[in-house]
Design a protein around this ligand. Sequence first.
Ligand SMILES: O=P(O)(O)OC[C@H]1O[C@H](O[C@H]2O[C@H](CO)[C@@H](O)[C@H](O)[C@H]2O)[C@H](O)[C@@H](O)[C@@H]1O
Length: 384
Amino acid sequence: MINQFQPPHAHPPFLAPPHPKHSPRQLKILSGTGSDTDKTLFSRRIVIMVKQSIWWLYRMGLKKLLSKSQIVQPISGKIQEVEPSGPDTEDEKYISWLKEHPCALASFHQMMKPAKGKQIVVFLDYDGTLSPIVNDPNRAFMTDPMRSALNDVARRFPTAIISGRSRDKVYAFVKLDDVYYAGSHGMDIMGPPLQVKYHHDKYQINAQDEKGKEFTIFQPAQEYLPSIEKMLKELKTRTCNITGAFVEDNRFCISVHYRHVLEEDYEALEQIVWSVLSDYPCFHMTRGKKVMEIRPSIKWNKGDALEYLLDTLGFSNSSNVLPFYLGDDKTDEDAFKVLKRRGLGYPIVVSSVPRETSASYSLHDSSDVLSFLIHLARWGETSA
Ligand SMILES: O=P(O)(O)OC[C@H]1O[C@H](O[C@H]2O[C@H](CO)[C@@H](O)[C@H](O)[C@H]2O)[C@H](O)[C@@H](O)[C@@H]1O
């Protein structure tokens, strides 16, 4: 690997202090005294110093640029990949991690090469992906530019949001009709009308909205609803004395938020959750961002929801489809794994820090997600 940061001189002369071994002439040049020839040499040295400074400033500028992109255009005009030498700082660690999970924006054109002739299908998580993580879960609004970009994407490609929240709540944030919604970590799917009966058909019903649009509701955890409602009440009552704790009803699962709980109160809160759970052996707990999530112990997660939607969209066992899945949470890893296992499409993790993931590409944050959706919609427009 070429080290493009190699300065023009390995030991810049202006960095060398006068040394006992310097000759009297060298000392005169360094001090600026001496004959005209010496003075000319001294001026040359000044020019070299200025050139060196420009080089080092250029080098520092490049380093900054690298935090945005891994590819730079060096003076030679040849595109080269940069190999950071031993990651030390958080930025350097992130740059190093990007090598394994390249930025989906920087790689966009390359990613779209196999898309020609294939059906793109877009899956997105909500919190941390379509909206940034905020303090109040009830105020995780989506911005208008994000809504507009998502709408442009959904008008061109089948698009679904798969969230841990209740389906109604996600719809209340997103408010777009051309999108399919899967709430409760995929346990409550409003998907396309079924052409054929799905193998879990006892959990699904076909329905129509008020405009006559047909869709299918699939709810594989229906029989757990009475227990969830009881648990919700218990959790709300038993945590009401823990300042900052917030129990969120996500219909087929429950979120117990501790973002605003004092560190010294966390253990007590977790104890309550474990204690309630011990009375409901058919449920288990998973963890998200400052949240404990209580879910029915059925074999169904965001990965299964993704497969269900691909099937119902008519792409079971099809290689003619290119799914994208964008998500920031641990629960999104289930969907990344499905795409990886099937060797299908692009799992894209949204993360501003290096992390263990099955995703093959990355985006830094929800504003990168917005740019990505804009790119995708434009691509759909020009290649239609
Ligand atoms: O699958 P997702 O759409 O990512 O939902 C996962 C959880 O997201 C929400 O909580 C997270 O976002 C909140 C708002 O930014 C933040 O305040 C909270 O700390 C995060 O954990 C949602 O409220 C949960 O119910 C979801 O399970």
